[in-house]
Design a protein around this ligand. Structure first.
Ligand code: HEM
Length: 538
């Protein structure tokens, strides 16, 4: 090094005997060395960042995503591997598939548990949503309260399961009435709105202790706009990554305007419910989830049970209810749309479901939660619907909470992460003919449910952000499927065969289709079940 400095000194003396010229040359040389060093560091850093397709100026890879971004991501993974990088507008996004998902969400759970700082996410739940909020001590408390109250009103023990079952069976009776009326009035009809209201009513009963009529315009308006919500928040939405699109009239600006409005109205609805509950609450009787969250927040605030000093104040009650009510009704009503569509697309599978339910339950009583372990084909059907449709193909986008690395690539803090669940459910090395709908793939040779295989289906995500409604959802989908198979026939309009095409968003929604519904026997069993419940309540 000394030798080097002497040589540079000699050279400078030779070419620049004047001190000022010498200083100038020295400064230029330093700047040149600095620039080289900077380029070298950048080259090293980019060698450590994941590979990916070339991004276009301004829009990045947005135009390449097409109408099914999860398929594009799966195609890119074949070329670049399970960890690759794209650019959406100005944001770098790392897309994870295959084994990289577990490596990120389980092995480095906290590092990958954030949510991006998207403008649209700040509009959900008046900016205090847990589902769309970043990872923090406050978020941990919020999630804990939401998770424990959902459990307390659904799956925590045999008694709560029975209470939940009552809501589901009562609501299914209403749904069946509407289905039969619609069939009588129109022949074939679109079942989507009825399914959405039906699911929303179950969650409304659990959250607010109240159900709504199918004709209630206000309720239908509040719960009927999921499509606009999921298109904005789904992975690959360009609303948040090209903010300049908000400066002039265009479809994205309109979409964002609708999103703002619907979040405001949805939040006002839940806020009103919370205020009504507050006015009538009696701490000795917890009527529903809203009461439970109000009381849990009160207890946390007074008993000092926060995590690292983080406490929820009462202003977090409406956003918590907003998260639970919002997340449950969109996902479950989408699942049911697919179930009904698949029942009419595959009449043989519909017959086999009926055959199993009739054999195990018989025709003299209704299926119950306890029948679940005795109805493996029904369960296999539900897992196959979740695998095959992968109706949440990519989770809600994540972000990194610190500088981290995965698979040898370094990922800076705040990078947007997409988790491609679809890639796991359609991996040909894991599933034989993944493109075929076949519930029997989940049954072993003795006809029992293969639990190793069912746990390989990825639709509720993994790790810190794993869905809090997984157990409730599985019970509800089981009861709906078993009860529908037990109680009615679905048939398809021969002139209007439904397709398996869908609209992309956070949830994949099947395109509108029509069905007809007829009763297998009568409403007798469902009517007497509901009368019995009313008798017990009185
Ligand atoms: C079949 C039905 C459902 C599916 C497939 C589903 C799936 C998911 C997925 C993929 C996520 C995102 C996880 C991530 O970002 O990594 C999620 C989050 C969430 N889900 Fe579900 N979900 C369903 C039903 C429900 C229900 C019934 C509830 C409420 C009772 C619920 C409440 C939530 C909440 C609050 C979050 C946010 C969790 C967080 O950010 O920590 N979900 N769900």
């Amino acid at each position: 090094m000394d030798m080097m400095m002497m040589i540079i000194d000699e050279l400078l003396l030779a070419v620049a005997p004047l001190p000022s010229l010498r200083n100038l040359l020295l400064a230029s040389l330093c700047a040149l060395l600095g620039a080289h060093l900077w380029l070298w560091v950048r080259r090293c850093a980019s060698a450590l960042s994941p590979p990916g397709p070339y991004p276009w100026p301004v829009i990045g890879n947005a135009a390449q995503l097409g109408s099914a971004p999860h398929i594009y991501f799966t195609r890119m993974a074949k070329k670049y591997g399970d960890i690759f990088r794209i650019k959406l507008g100005s944001r770098v996004v790392v897309v994870l598939g295959g084994d990289a998902i577990r490596a990120a969400l389980i092995d480095k759970g906290v590092d990958f548990a954030g949510r991006p700082d998207f403008t649209s996410y700040r509009l959900v739940g008046d900016g205090r949503s847990m589902a769309f909020g970043n990872y923090s001590n406050w978020w941990k408390v919020h999630r804990k309260v939401a998770q424990s109250t959902v459990r307390a009103f659904s799956t925590s023990n045999e008694q709560t399961k029975k209470m939940f079952e009552r809501h589901v069976v009562s609501e299914l009776r209403e749904l069946l009435h509407v289905f039969l009326q619609q069939t009588e009035a129109r022949g074939f009809f679109e079942p989507h709105t009825c399914l959405t209201v039906s699911i929303a009513n179950i969650m409304s009963a659990v959250c607010f202790g109240k159900r709504y009529s199918y004709d209630d315009e206000e309720f239908r308006a509040i719960v009927g706009r999921n499509d606009q919500f999921t298109k904005t928040v789904g992975a690959g939405s360009i609303v948040d990554v090209m903010p300049w699109l908000q400066r002039f009239p265009n479809p994205i600006k309109t979409m964002f305007g609708n999103f703002k409005r619907l979040n405001l109205e949805f939040y006002e609805f839940t806020k009103k419910k919370v205020e009504e509950h507050r006015a009538t609450i009696d701490s000795s009787i917890t009527r529903d989830i809203t009461d439970a969250v109000i009381l849990a927040v009160d207890r946390g605030a007074t008993a000092g049970a926060g995590i690292s000093g983080a406490f929820l104040s009462q202003e977090y009650v409406p956003p918590t209810i907003n998260d639970i009510f919002g997340a449950s009704q969109d996902t479950l009503s989408t699942a049911l749309r697919w179930i009904v569509l698949i029942l009419v697309r595959y009449p043989d599978i519909q017959s086999r479901l009926r055959e199993e339910v009739d054999r195990v339950v018989d025709r003299n009583r209704l299926p119950t939660i306890e029948d679940q372990s005795r109805l493996p084909y029904v369960m296999a059907f539900i897992y196959e619907v979740m695998r095959f449709t992968s109706f949440i193909p990519v989770t809600i986008p994540h972000s990194t909470t610190s500088d981290t690395s995965i698979g040898g690539y370094s990922i800076p803090k705040g990078t947007v992460i997409f988790i491609n669940q679809w890639s796991i459910n359609h991996d040909p090395s894991k599933w034989k003919h993944p493109e075929v709908f076949d519930p029997t793939r989940f049954l072993d040779t003795s006809g029992s449910l293969n639990k190793d295989l069912t746990s390989s289906v990825l639709i509720f995500s993994l790790g810190r952000r794993r869905c809090i409604g997984e157990d409730l959802s599985k019970i509800q989908l089981f009861l709906y499927t078993a009860l529908l198979a037990h109680q009615c026939y679905f048939s398809v309009d021969p002139k209007n065969q439904p397709s398996m095409e869908y609209e992309y968003g956070l949830t994949l929604k099947p395109r509108p289709f029509t069905v007809a519904v007829s009763h297998r026997d009568s409403m007798k069993l469902l009517d007497s079940y509901v009368e019995q419940i009313k008798g017990q309540e009185d």
